[in-house]
Design a protein around this ligand. Structure first.
Ligand code: GLN
Length: 196
């Protein structure tokens, strides 16, 4: 049986919803590690950028001198961004009034709060197509960003209302929705398996 016990999965813990990711990483049998400073990236196998507030996280990334180390880490390791994390991984943010500076690690454009401010949150079943077939996962959309453009090199692994909501380009994975709010480890397992 596959074991994840030697996998150290970093979670950016500058701000936002990182505890649920830590819990899921632990449930998978891997080791969650908090990332706040550049040195925290040393020795990690993968990194998750959680949901939260992308404008705040963008400022904190620069305040903690994390931008260059994050870009360097992402050249050779898997990185998964959920919700605000996806915004930070995107190439471009539409109507970027808050001046979020994305890392441009995946060739998508996004619109913050693209699923509507009035419907602050909803959850729905999402069909995800992974290497070993199609599975249904519960997606939690919390002031979620909408993907408005997908570049040629980006694979769409799931859609909601004919829009991509889970996308991958090489070692970078991003979802509009939160996948960490229940005990379903499907997306996390898929992400960690990029390492294998
Ligand atoms: N609306 C938030 C942002 O733009 C994202 C919300 C979330 O991560 N749940 O950063």
């Amino acid at each position: 049986m596959k074991t994840y016990k030697d996998f150290h999965v970093g979670i950016l813990t500058l701000q936002g919803d990182f505890e649920k990711h830590q819990r899921q990483v632990r449930s998978l049998g891997a080791v969650p590690e908090a990332v706040r400073l550049p040195g925290d990236l040393i020795g990690l196998d993968a990194l998750i950028i959680p949901g939260g507030e992308s404008s705040t996280m963008s400022v904190l990334i620069d305040r903690f001198a994390l931008r260059a180390p994050l870009l360097e880490f992402a050249r050779t390791h898997p990185v998964y961004g959920t919700c605000a994390g996806m915004i930070l991984l995107a190439r471009k943010i539409e109507d970027n009034i808050s001046g979020v500076e994305p890392l441009a690690l995946i060739d998508i454009d996004v619109r913050r709060n693209g699923y509507g401010r009035q419907v602050f949150s909803f959850e729905t079943d999402i069909e995800v197509t992974l290497e070993n077939g199609t599975k249904t996962v519960r997606g939690f959309f919390i002031r979620a960003p909408k993907i408005t453009r997908v570049g040629e090199g980006v694979g769409v692994l799931a859609e909601y209302q004919a829009r991509p909501v889970l996308v991958r380009q090489n070692n970078i994975l991003a979802s509009s929705f939160h996948s960490e709010l229940n005990d379903d480890l499907t997306v996390l397992k898929y992400f960690v398996d990029i390492l294998l």
